[in-house]
Design a protein around this ligand. Structure first.
Ligand SMILES: Nc1ncnc2c1ncn2[C@@H]1O[C@H](COP(=O)(O)OP(=O)(O)OP(=O)(O)O)[C@@H](O)[C@H]1O
Length: 564
């Protein structure tokens, strides 16, 4: 009876049982052990244990009396937990009993549990760091999750809310309704603690079944959002306004006649000419060395004209690559060339419509372009590159150059016809050395202007320094003077600019080692000769011009250039 019960346990037990002799040869194995280790039954008996469980190393008989081992092994894609016990089979015979548990599923379940725990932690962190208040309910509308932000806002510990019907813990909620209707409610207004909040209520589904709902509340009062929207709208408007102003400023003349500083007769005369020239739309040609103020005069002409409120567009003919100049000036149509913008591009002439276009460094305009410009000036119409349509233009042209255009014409580098077309009103701006009486007023003007810009206040100039500035030949003209003063203001400590604050090269030139270019020397000589000729002919220009072998117009031109 006792044995038959034992045999029943042996046969039906889900645990695998293996009995080995002391040589670790299997004596018997129950059906569960057979299933775990081999596919067919009754195979194990008589086989060495190592064939099936090679890693199991129970202690050898004799020394194993008390030794029980437990190990987890992988066999045939299964995970087995193996315990070994020393047993006494007969008085003389000892052996080992192995108990095998299949823990494969257990291992998988543990892995799933660990994963779930990990995800729970991630989710809790995400929920607790969210800016919005988040509440989750189950399919019956009972609170299961409540995040930190919501807890802080409501001021009740979440432990007190979990497990309660949501309508009892959250004011004006509809989550318990959403779990029934299954319809999401987005961007709804929910009044909580006297504030109108924006909320989303979304049902959670598993297949077709609703297993809960999540509610999200944005902790911003709606009125605050209205204010923010209004603020954004105003800022956008402001931005557009300033963008427009900047655009207009970039396209507008910044200086007027008042900005032209100088009390010499030649400057006063030029200012008068500017005012006269400004009234018409005739083309003006500004001539003079670099830095004499040609651009300043161009601004002043535009600003004194009746169309001062219209665009003033500057084009530096020397700075634009030859192949781009035409499209820059006249614009282009879509597809005119590779790289042409979609929709084409409006040219500078069209941009200046109704206003003025300032063609700086005109002497550097390539010949090929000169022909096209001449045609536009004559016809007062243009065609965009790649276009067929003729566009009428109503733009005042102001050109400037520091080149001797007559010489360029003689050299075949500048078209004579274009020269005449441009030279309708000619304003020769004299070099600074030809109007030294302007130097003190210009110095005062720049000390004032730069003092404000640099934030160092109005500094004075010592008589020594002034002497040096008056004696310099100023090849870089007013631009050079401005730079010298800016440099001095940057290094001066006290209230007065001294000789030592001026660049060495200025001091050297005053000490007698004057460096004068050939052009300057010739100009000086030419001026002297004109004056002499006028003196000897008692101011008779025709006679003076004849004596010097010049035409009347070119004599006048030179007189004007030298401020005679
Ligand atoms: N009469 C003046 N009064 C005040 N500032 C002047 C005067 N003439 C020139 N300037 C200033 O000198 C600097 C150079 O002038 P501008 O750029 O007009 O010279 P430019 O003859 O056009 O030179 P470039 O030929 O090199 O282009 C500018 O900062 C300008 O404001």
């Amino acid at each position: 009876m006792y044995f038959s019960k034992l045999s029943l346990i042996w046969q039906t037990c889900v645990q695998g049982m293996i009995l080995c002799n002391s040589e670790l040869i299997i004596e018997a194995a129950n059906p569960s052990a057979e299933r775990m280790l081999v596919s067919s039954a009754n195979c194990l008996a008589g086989k060495p244990l190592a064939m099936y469980l090679p890693t199991i190393k129970p202690a050898k008989s004799g020394e194993m009396e008390q030794v029980i081992t437990e190990e987890t092994v992988s066999v045939k894609a299964k995970t087995l937990n193996v315990c070994t016990f020393p047993v006494t089979i007969t008085e003389k015979q000892t052996g080992i009993l192995l108990l095998l548990n299949d823990v494969t599923e257990l291992k998988e379940v543990r892995k799933k549990l660990e994963d779930t725990e990990k995800w729970k932690n991630i989710l809790t962190t995400v929920l607790d760091t969210a800016y919005e208040g988040i509440v989750i309910v189950d399919e019956n509308g009972y609170v299961t999750t409540f995040n930190q932000a919501y807890e802080n806002f409501i001021g009740v510990k979440r432990e007190k809310m979990i497990g309660r019907p949501v309508e009892e813990v959250v004011e004006n909620t509809r989550l318990h309704i959403v779990v029934k209707t299954g319809k999401p409610e987005i961007r709804q207004i929910q009044r909580i603690k006297g504030h109108d909040m924006i909320c989303d209520r979304i049902p959670i589904r598993e297949g077709n079944k609703i297993i809960g709902a999540v509610g999200k509340v944005l902790f911003r009062d709606v009125s605050e959002i209205d204010q923010l929207q209004e603020q954004t709208r105003r800022l956008k408007q402001e931005l557009e306004y300033y963008k427009g102003r900047l655009r207009r400023q970039q396209q507008q003349a910044r200086y007027s006649v008042e900005n032209i500083i100088g009390k010499s007769k030649v400057i006063s005369d030029l200012k008068e000419m500017v005012s006269k020239a400004a009234t018409s739309r005739s083309t003006v040609l500004l001539r003079g060395e670099s830095g004499t103020g040609k651009e300043l005069f161009a601004h002043a002409i535009h600003n004194s004209s009746p169309f001062y409120a219209k665009a003033f567009i500057k084009v530096n003919c020397a700075a634009i690559p030859e192949n781009l100049l035409e499209s820059e000036l006249f614009g282009y149509e879509e597809g005119a060339f590779t790289g042409a913008k979609k929709g084409g591009k409006i040219g500078k002439f069209e941009q200046a419509e109704g206003g003025s276009i300032f063609l700086d460094e005109i002497g550097d305009m390539p010949l090929s372009m000169q022909v096209k410009l001449l045609r536009v000036l004559q016809e007062r119409e243009l065609e965009r590159v790649g276009g067929t349509q003729t566009i009428k233009i109503n733009t005042r042209v102001i050109a400037a150059t520091n080149c001797e255009l007559e010489e360029l014409v003689l050299d075949g580098k500048f078209r004579q016809d274009l020269f005449y077309r441009l030279n309708v009103v000619s304003l020769p701006i004299p070099a600074l050395r030809q109007r030294t009486e302007d130097i003190p007023v210009l110095i005062e003007h720049f000390l004032d202007k730069l003092g404000k810009v640099l934030g160092c206040g109005h500094k004075k100039i010592s008589s020594d320094a002034l002497e040096i500035l008056l004696n310099h030949s100023w090849p870089g003209n007013i631009r050079e003077l401005e730079n010298v003063l800016e440099r001095a203001l940057n290094i001066v400590d006290g209230d007065e600019i001294l000789a030592e604050h001026l660049p060495d090269y200025l001091i050297e030139t005053t000490n007698g080692a004057a460096i004068v270019t050939l052009k300057e020397a010739l100009a000086k000589k030419e001026c002297e000769m004109l004056k002499k000729a006028l003196e000897t002919t008692h101011g008779n220009v025709i006679e003076a011009a004849r004596r010097l072998g010049l035409s009347k117009s070119s004599f006048y031109e030179k007189m004007s250039r030298y401020g005679i």
